[in-house]
Design a protein around this ligand. Structure first.
Ligand code: UD2
Length: 309
């Protein structure tokens, strides 16, 4: 994917991780791209050879200051991304996600850099209404969701209080190549691996729960649009507006992989939300965002690229 940014100095924190590395890939050819990553989840194998890599933690001010030097754009993807891990380490989650983002924002003020920060559907908790609009009630159910909600507010306020251009992107269920790396992966990479290994495919609960799965290429496009939009200081849902149940997803994955794996059900996950679907009309209207990868097509391309593994 070609970026609209050229000849810029860009920092991607968490750039060796799943989503961050796709952003790096889209920018590396035409820009000076720097990556800050502690490699707790990411991998050097995800990175092109021509990017500058700084290994370290966003909580370390010296490292962050080096990484932020002379940057014009920051895509801040370094975070604790596992909901489960946040439940066992709520304080670390707050320190990495919220305090870490505040440090990035402080440095961005000094550099006058635009900052694009992912938030999450986790901030909404169990929705009252579907599809979920940006103004929906927010009742996060995990330390992860709480940290993202606080971050989301801070990022927007920096635009208003300090005249720093910022954009918040609230990701729904992102999937795509490289998601399987690290300890934390979503249901699609789990099901693809199970289908590939001959099964069984394990559906948690009765499988009627629904999700809005958005391909990482669409998420990258949203980030690039956020880098140039005049509508800063605001937050946008990034999903597709389409949903599928987890049982149907298991069947679709069997179909696209040609697998005969059995689909089995096990206990419902504690705290699982029954429905999730983004209303993306605000992102459409103000960013020009248009989700373009249909689920079947996205799954097929990942299944094809991993078929030889
Ligand atoms: C997503 C985000 C999470 C947070 C949350 C907020 C991902 C990977 N995670 O969690 O970061 O933002 O939304 O609501 O995008 N499932 C199975 N079998 C499996 C694994 C999962 O049936 O082997 C089910 C699971 O019970 C759930 C659904 O699949 O109903 C999606 O699970 P997930 O972990 O991919 O994502 P989710 O929506 O819990």
């Amino acid at each position: 994917m070609q970026s609209t940014l050229t000849d810029r100095t860009v920092l991607v924190t968490g750039g060796a991780g799943f989503i961050g590395s796709h952003i790096v890939e889209s920018l590396a050819t035409n820009n000076q791209v720097r990556v800050l990553d502690d490699f707790s989840n990411g991998s050097r194998m995800n990175l092109p050879t021509d990017v500058e890599v700084i290994e370290g933690d966003v909580r370390d001010d010296g490292t962050l200051s080096r990484a932020m030097q002379d940057v014009e754009f920051v895509f801040h993807h370094a975070a604790m991304v596992s909901v489960e891990e946040s439940v066992t380490k709520p304080r670390a989650c707050q320190e990495i996600n919220t305090a870490g983002t505040l440090s990035v924002l402080d440095h961005a003020r000094m550099e006058d850099a635009r900052v694009i920060v992912p938030s999450s559907a986790a901030i909404y908790g169990t929705p009252d209404e579907i599809p979920i609009t940006e103004t929906a009630r927010k009742r996060p159910t995990s330390p992860y969701g709480i940290s993202k909600l606080a971050t989301d507010h801070h990022v927007q306020r920096f635009d208003e209080l300090y005249d720093l251009p910022t954009v918040v992107l609230r990701y729904f269920n992102v999937y795509g190549p490289r998601q399987g790396h690290g300890d934390y992966s979503g249901v699609i990479s789990i099901f693809l691996e199970q289908a590939h290994d001959g099964g069984p495919i394990t559906v948690e609960g009765d499988g009627t729960q629904t999700r809005d799965f958005v391909h990482v290429d669409d998420v990258v496009r949203a980030n690039l649009l956020a880098a140039t939009t005049e509508h800063t200081g605001d937050a946008y849902n990034i999903g597709t507006g389409e949903t599928i149940s987890i049982r149907e997803l298991a069947e679709l994955i069997r179909d696209v992989t040609g697998s005969t794996a059995e689909i089995v059900h096990r206990d419902r996950r504690a705290g699982d939300i029954p429905e999730s679907c983004a209303d993306v009309s605000k992102a459409r209207r103000r960013l020009g965002y248009e989700p373009s990868v249909a689920l079947r097509e996205g799954l097929t391309s990942i299944a094809d690229s991993t078929a030889v593994l």
